[in-house]
Design a protein around this ligand. Structure first.
Ligand code: ATP
Length: 270
């Protein structure tokens, strides 16, 4: 079925540049309750049922969830909020209920809702009255399922959105998405990290100045940074198909062809 999948690709914390405090928050909120359940219980710390990640696009929300799923060796269910309404998925409410059922049966499990605002956004977005009532039913199905998941079930629900303002307040009550974590655009150090991560398998010329590139990329998302690296390698090959390294001139040329996607968005988030 489309919109409902299991992804087991190995991803680790070291694949994500920057975001140290986000990583720590997630480790404590998510990994510990699943991997150190006894210790948490001893101190009376309840495992979160849901974590909501919000922030600008292309800044590793999806990657973070994959790392969480890998770290806790859990089954990973992924549902795209917009795709849930697709005719290919069929009955959206049933898909939701079945996903929770399967997650409980294969715990520990992580259920990831990407673009969750498209699934349970505020009614104002809805448009046609009919569409509204479908959204309403999806929201109450999700709330029911989340309320029904006991922390001991080992099922964690993670939502990701670029539009926290569109999320229905009912989802933010305790016992639902009780951790809301902002995933910021990469700062200078994070951009440097991302360049190094992306360049790990790439032979770089000795003139490649990572510090300079990081300071020239204000407003670039993590995805933009990955694009720059890819583009620089392609340019090196375009100049010389036998090239065995990527030089600073290739990065500089790539920089002028990749546009920062966060300029406008940043205004909204700060
Ligand atoms: P969207 O909101 O558009 O779904 P997202 O926040 O979920 O985006 P990802 O899909 O996780 O972002 O990131 C897209 C790609 O950008 C990743 O596959 C990765 O290559 C790169 N990327 C983004 N942020 C980072 C980062 N901090 N470190 C390393 N790579 C990153």
């Amino acid at each position: 079925k489309r919109g409902l999948g299991i992804d087991v690709a190995k991803t680790t914390w070291t694949d994500i540049g920057g975001l140290d405090s986000v990583k720590l928050k997630l480790q404590q909120a998510v990994e510990w309750p699943l991997t150190r359940a006894a210790a948490m219980k001893r101190l009376g710390v309840r495992a979160p049922r849901g974590v909501l990640l919000f922030g600008p696009p292309g800044c590793s929300k999806t990657t973070l969830v994959k790392v969480i799923a890998t770290q806790v060796r859990s089954t990973f269910f992924s549902i795209n909020g917009a795709a849930l309404y697709s005719p290919y998925v069929g009955d959206a409410e049933r898909t939701l209920r079945e996903t929770f059922q399967r997650a409980r049966a294969t715990s520990p499990a992580v259920i990831f809702f990407d673009e969750i605002e498209a699934m349970v956004g505020k009614r104002a977005l809805g448009g046609a009255a009919n569409a509204d009532s479908v959204q309403e039913r999806i929201l109450s199905t999700l709330l029911n399922e989340m309320d029904g998941v006991e922390s001991s079930d080992g099922v964690l629900v993670v939502g990701a959105t670029n539009r926290i303002d569109m999320i229905d307040a009912a989802l933010l009550r305790p016992g639902r998405f009780d951790h809301v974590v902002y995933v910021p655009p990469p700062d200078y150090h994070a951009r440097k990290d991302i360049l190094l991560i992306n360049g790990r398998k790439m032979p770089l010329g000795s003139d490649v100045d990572i510090d300079k590139l990081a300071s020239q990329t204000e407003g670039f998302s993590g995805a933009d940074m990955a694009n720059i690296t890819r583009e620089a390698a392609l340019l090196a090959l375009r100049h010389n198909i036998d090239a065995n390294r990527v030089d600073m001139c290739h990065f500089e040329a790539a920089l002028s062809s990749v546009q920062p996607s966060l300029k406008r968005d940043l205004m909204e988030y700060y």
